[in-house]
Design a protein around this ligand. Structure first.
Ligand code: PLP
Length: 444
């Protein structure tokens, strides 16, 4: 007889390749992550719930430190931020990349050293800049010409601030048009090709309180090939050589941004970090040698690749509907906790958890509970044919750009985040309650 609680050995299944390394499959159909059963988490915290494997996050930070021992690694907070996340990243020796006063204040009030933080943004508000200066961030990345005088004035004639300039190298890379930021003629950065970058740099050099430490270049997101990064190295070093010629300028830092691609479904390609590290290092030293420049210190800014695979979203099935041609499995979350399928057409591979099914697999589309036909969680996936209301569905690779992009649509309320570690689960961020929603609403 098989009892429900009988654990079995890990099934080294290829299907679990995109799950946290700690994931273990049990004969009765449940999965444990970080030693904690997903069904138990659903019971204890309710659904939808986001589960974050602390060890997976820390291991990914360490993988970066090992692959890029000489570089500065900044975690891009916009992928996912909460106080525990800032704390783990800080303990693992990474810096932080933020793009608002909110992200910045959350990190600093948690104890993150401000000098290890870089502020970004194509449209920084006065509050963003004031907060950055008040808290003493390490670097501010200038993204538009008008920002230079504004920032210089805010710093004041006796102040001092390290800055970088975000340049656009004219390279198309990234998983979707909406997340390609290295091409000319989009809202980010200053183009090298049309001379805007050079012009802005000349103006920064006229501001003695701004210390330009280097060029910054973020190509986009979900990039799975090393080549665009090598092209970015050549273009930015080319600009550094011209700046050296024109201004005698030697820039000590080069920031190549993030965008490192990960697999969302088994068999998908991910960016090879070891190869990225090796080939960028070689390309950078070759390009600098060819131009008679010293090699700048490399900075990289991974977000998705650190936290994406460490997160799992768990939902309850609320309804199953069969139309002439499709089966729709509706869950208790959707585009308000994960807008990525609607925004970019991203595909996921959810699994039934909490019970074992021997039913044949059927093609279904997992949809959310929101009032839009485009509210899809996972289009066209295989799940057991006997899937029914009350079942639990778990979506892996849910750590990045889910909750950080969550909305208040339909006043459903944003899900909680529970951390798992060594067989224990603890709440990091609580569920957004009706009381939270009501308390912000102050008129009548
Ligand atoms: C979004 C962003 C990153 C991180 O991108 P990922 O795809 O999550 O690695 C890094 N740097 C900048 C400037 C960004 O805007």
């Amino acid at each position: 007889m098989t009892t429900v609680h009988e654990p079995t050995a890990t099934v080294a299944s290829a299907e679990l390749s995109v799950w946290p390394a700690s994931t273990t499959e049990h004969r009765h159909g449940d999965l444990t992550v970080g030693g904690v059963s997903l069904a138990e988490i659903a019971d204890r915290f309710g659904t939808p719930v986001y589960v974050l494997d602390e060890t997976e996050v820390r291991d990914r930070c360490r993988t970066y430190r090992d692959a890029f021992p000489d570089a500065e690694v900044l975690y891009a907070a916009k992928a996912f931020l909460c106080r525990a996340m800032a704390h783990w990243v800080e303990e693992e020796g990474l810096g932080l990349d933020v793009c608002s006063a909110g992200e910045l204040e959350l990190a600093v009030t948690t104890g993150f050293p401000p000098e290890r933080i870089t502020l970004h943004g194509n449209a920084k508000s006065p509050r963003d800049l004031d907060t950055a200066l008040r808290l003493g961030v390490g670097r501010i990345v200038i993204d538009s010409p008008s920002e230079i005088a504004r920032l210089a004035a805010a710093v004041g004639p006796d102040g001092h601030q390290k800055v970088m300039v975000r340049v656009v190298p004219g390279i198309s890379a990234g998983g979707h048009e909406k997340i390609r930021t290295g091409t000319d003629d989009q809202k980010f950065g200053l183009s090298i090709a049309d001379g805007y970058a050079q012009h802005a740099i000349a103006r920064i050099l006229d501001q003695p309180q701004l210390q330009l430490t280097g060029l910054h270049c973020h190509l986009g997101s979900q990039i799975t090939s090393v080549k665009p990064y090598l092209a970015a190295v050549r273009r930015t070093v080319g600009l550094m050589a011209r700046l050296h010629e024109q201004h005698g300028l030697v820039l000590p830092e080069l920031d190549l941004g993030g965008g490192h691609g990960i697999a969302y479904r088994p068999g998908e390609e991910a960016l090879d970090l070891t190869s990225l590290a090796r080939r960028v290092r070689t390309e950078l030293s070759d390009a600098c040698a060819a131009n008679g420049l010293p090699v700048p210190r490399l900075i990289i800014e991974p977000g998705r690749a650190i936290v994406g695979p460490a997160g799992v979203a768990v939902y309850h099935v609320l309804a199953v509907k069969r139309t002439g041609s499709h089966t729709y499995v509706a869950v208790d979350g959707g585009m308000s906790d994960n807008p990525r399928p609607a925004l970019y057409g991203v595909r996921y591979a959810p699994r039934l958890v909490g019970r074992h099914s021997t039913a044949a697999l059927a093609r279904v589309t997992v949809v959310g509970r929101h009032c839009e036909a485009g509210d899809v969680v996972a289009a066209d996936v295989e799940l057991p044919d006997d899937i029914r209301p009350g079942d639990l569905l778990a979506v892996p690779v849910a750590g990045a750009y889910h909750l950080s992009m969550a909305s208040g649509y339909n006043l459903v309320g944003r899900p909680p985040v529970a951390a798992v570690h060594d067989g224990l689960a603890r709440l990091l961020v609580r569920r957004e309650s009706l009381e939270d929603i009501r308390s912000r609403d102050v008129g009548l």
